[in-house]
Design a protein around this ligand. Structure first.
Ligand SMILES: C[S@@+](CC[C@H](N)C(=O)[O-])C[C@H]1O[C@@H](n2cnc3c(N)ncnc32)[C@H](O)[C@@H]1O
Length: 329
């Protein structure tokens, strides 16, 4: 059996897994996948670019019996060209397939189908028209993303959802070109834009967009704007603050051990907390408290006894009549 220290190497929850999968996108992924589940849409899930598994683990949480999640990643093998090599060296140098598998298995009993290869091979591995959801997050260079978008179009079901990562980040202009090219020339219809990702479909965007708008407008942690561009309705969602109501997330099979209960200090042990009398709130109450303080103790005790008896009587009357038990003195 693993010791507490060994267990601690495993992610205790999804946010312990390294990656670039922010809370608003966790909410949006979950919403799209749960809508498909509600509508009885069946199909496989696909991710190009899994890194340490952060988004793949959430996708795996939505897999149902008979469906397959396929992830494709180089996982440290030689990239196909110099630009892709530079990208990998800069951002993914610590990645190993073992790290992905260890993270994934911390949340799920079985691994997804893994294609350890360049993303352009994915159409040899997954059958056309079989996927309901595809996340494109592998290379961020134009030529690769252009190819990945073409592959997603072939592999998705007619109303399937494709998600393009980093479609407008400063450091990924190639994704922006490929994404808007797909919208303007390759039939992709945007459903929603988050700060990092474009969600689209080659089906009819209107029903899903309407439902999504209604769902997002119910939330007080997401700001939504709608505008038209080149004949497309663009729904933009933005996280309002740092705290976002999370979707249902998979639980780790290695949760972090609960913190040990705090040991009380000897001083706290020796002196149990004493009930303090309530502070007088009104000038009248304060004057009465002062009067009781300056009277001889024997008189003060008699007054307090008398008032306690009066309060007990008032409480008994209120219980019988359903009142609050409060009475003016
Ligand atoms: C941005 S990371 C993926 C992040 C992950 N989806 C997440 O949300 O945490 C990009 C991944 O794509 C992989 N990658 C880069 N170029 C690739 C290529 N040409 N084919 C397949 N995978 C590639 C990298 O190894 C890296 O793991």
């Amino acid at each position: 059996m693993a010791t507490a220290q060994e267990t601690h190497k495993y992610p205790g929850d999804l946010n312990d897994v390294p990656g670039w999968f922010w809370p608003l996108d966790q909410v949006l992924f979950s919403w799209f996948l749960e809508r498909q589940e509600r509508q009885g849409t069946r199909g496989d899930l696909l991710e190009l670019g899994a890194y340490m598994g952060k988004s793949a683990i959430l996708l795996g949480h939505h897999l149902r019996d008979g469906e397959t999640l396929t992830v494709c990643d180089l996982f440290g093998t030689e990239p196909p060209d110099a630009a892709n090599r530079a990208e990998a060296a800069k951002s993914y140098s610590t990645l190993t397939r073992q790290a992905f598998e260890r993270n994934y298995l911390s949340f799920h009993e079985a691994l997804p189908a893994i294609v350890q290869d360049v993303s352009s091979t994915i159409t040899d591995e997954v059958a056309p028209g079989t996927c309901r959801f595809a996340h494109i997050d592998a290379s961020h260079l134009y030529e690769h993303v252009h190819g990945d978008i073409g592959a997603a179009r072939d592999l998705l079901l007619p109303d399937g959802i494709v998600v393009l990562d980093d479609f407008r980040s400063e450091h990924t202009p190639g994704v922006a070109v490929a994404a808007w090219e797909a919208v303007l020339n390759r039939g992709l219809r945007p459903v929603c834009l988050s700060s990092q990702k474009l969600y689209g479909t080659w089906g009819d965007p209107e029903p899903v967009q309407e439902e999504l708008l209604a769902a997002l407008r119910e939330r007080d942690d997401v700001a939504v704007t709608v505008e038209e561009a080149a004949g497309h309705r663009l729904v933009r969602a933005r996280a309002k603050g740092k705290r976002m109501r999370p979707p249902s997330l998979p639980s780790s099979r290695h949760p972090a051990p609960a913190p040990a209960p705090a040991t009380p200090t000897p001083r706290a042990q020796a002196r149990p907390a004493q009930a303090r009398p309530p502070r007088p709130r009104t000038p009248r109450e304060r004057a009465r408290r002062l009067a009781l303080d300056v009277l001889p103790p024997v008189v003060t005790r008699a007054v307090r006894r008398y008032r306690a008896t009066q309060r007990a009587k008032a409480g008994a009357t209120a219980q019988n009549t359903g009142g609050t038990g409060r009475s003016r003195p």
